[in-house]
Write a protein that binds this ligand. Structure first.
Ligand SMILES: [Zn+2]
Length: 445
């Protein structure tokens, strides 16, 4: 059965609807196999997913805090956990990337394709079974001998286990994405290289050569588009002339096939992103600061060091990750507040110099802050690492609706993968503005 279903999907790129069918599967798993209510599915958060607990036969997800009297939890098998993980790392991240600024995912695990919290989980279950029936029909049509009677009886008296098996087959085809990652690792896509031959792919253990081959070429095509663009765009970033693009394409003697077209290169061109000052007027950043809503982050409880911030989607170098939210006070006030801390109490003061060089401090000691009572703001939860930091802090005078505000934004110092902890080297700042520096509770791992 699995084989037939997977053959049905040969040579197809994984479409967004099929990705969504994996979400349907995960939702159905929670509701049908683990008897969770639709509300539990809606309420399930990324932080609960991250805090899942390794148990002997799988992974236990706690839907309520451990201290709650009646604890809600369920245990995913290893396989189910893997499906959830594929949804989380490949599909949910897609949704987040497409999410409109005004959409708030509220840190929920299950999102609709628009990036909003899932509203109707039962619709997902229904859709899964519709897909399943549809596929089954195709399977029957393709059947020339053998199992057709089994398939028919499954449809008639479909038990959950039988249907479950078929659903897994559907999912296996969705998972081609995962195998693509392995394929790409084995045969990296390069601008000038050639796709591996069928024999090479087979020897490396990959079946379905054609779909990998096409995907490999698609990715290379994108690389080549990018390459030609880089070569043809001037320093101002103006749209390149057709003739110039054509010259550059013609100059690539190694590109005998899979050549980008001039039209595609022009289409891939985007007007230059203005840098610097525009950050201070950027409406989406301003909104994130005001609402304390930063996409792609979650708070994780670490065993030794306590809370930290991890990514729930990948970021690129120089992306703005979040701000250090608090009240701007003078350096002197900040020092007084630090001196008043109880011994061993962690300090949440960020010392920096303002626009005119004046020594300032952002005080984030109070939790929750008076302006966002329901939020655990990310900035103050970022842990320190001198060695493994992946963000740096930069000061901006943000044009907030309430007036210009001295703001510290954390920017990625490199590409950051999904599920990495955000780490900042607090040492330099504390040393330079405080002399003594570290009252740090802990240092690098
Ligand atoms: Zn606040």
């Amino acid at each position: 059965m699995a084989d037939i279903v997977s053959r049905l999907h040969k040579n197809k790129v994984v479409s967004s609807s099929r990705k969504t069918s994996l979400r349907h599967y995960c939702v159905a798993t929670m509701i049908l196999r683990h008897q969770q209510s639709a509300k539990s599915v809606i309420d399930f958060t990324v932080e609960q997913w991250i805090a899942r607990e390794e148990v002997s036969d799988g992974s236990c997800i706690h839907l309520t805090p451990k201290s709650a009297l009646e604890q809600l939890s369920f245990t995913l098998s290893r396989e189910e956990e893997e499906y959830f993980n594929v949804y989380f790392t490949m599909i949910r991240t897609d949704y987040l990337h497409k999410q409109a600024q005004e959409t708030d995912d509220k840190g929920k695990f299950f999102l609709s394709a628009s990036g909003a919290p899932l509203a109707n989980p039962m619709a997902d279950v229904k859709r899964l079974f519709q897909t399943y029936k549809h596929l089954q029909k195709q399977v029957q049509e393709l059947h020339t001998c053998g199992e057709s009677s089994t398939a028919a009886s499954t449809e008639e008296h479909g038990t959950l286990t039988q249907e479950g098996t078929s659903i897994q087959a559907i999912c296996a085809s969705v998972f081609k994405l995962r195998y693509w990652d392995a394929f790409r690792d084995k045969f990296p896509v390069t601008v000038n290289g050639n796709a591996p031959t069928k024999q090479q792919a087979t020897e490396a253990g990959f079946e379905n050569y054609r779909s990998y081959y096409h995907k490999w070429r698609d990715v290379q095509y994108q690389l080549r588009l990018r390459y030609v663009l880089d070569q043809s765009v001037d320093r101002k970033g103006t749209k390149p002339q057709e003739s110039k693009i054509q010259r550059i394409i013609d100059a690539q003697v190694d590109w005998t096939t899979n050549k980008p077209t001039v039209a595609d290169v022009q289409q891939a061109w985007a007007p230059p992103v203005s840098t610097g000052h525009s950050i201070e007027n950027d409406m989406s950043i301003i909104k994130s600061i005001v609402d304390q809503k930063w996409k792609g982050l979650a708070i994780k409880q670490f065993e030794i060091k306590g809370k930290g911030v991890i990514t729930t989607m990948p970021f690129s170098k120089n992306d703005i990750i979040c701000d250090y939210h608090g009240t701007v006070i003078s350096k002197r006030e900040g020092e007084e507040k630090m001196a008043a801390l109880a011994p061993g109490e962690h300090s949440y003061n960020f010392f920096f110099r303002g626009k005119g060089g004046e020594p300032l401090c952002i005080d984030a000691q109070q939790f929750p802050c008076s302006c966002h009572q329901d939020k655990d703001c990310f900035g103050r939860r970022i842990n320190h690492s001198r060695q493994f930091f992946n963000v740096h802090a930069q000061r901006f005078t943000m044009a907030l609706p309430s007036g210009p505000a001295e703001t510290i934004l954390f920017l990625a110092t490199r590409d950051i993968k999904l599920n990495e902890e955000i780490l900042y080297d607090y040492g330099v700042t504390r040393k330079s503005f405080q002399g003594e520096g570290a009252d740090l509770d802990w240092l690098d791992d």
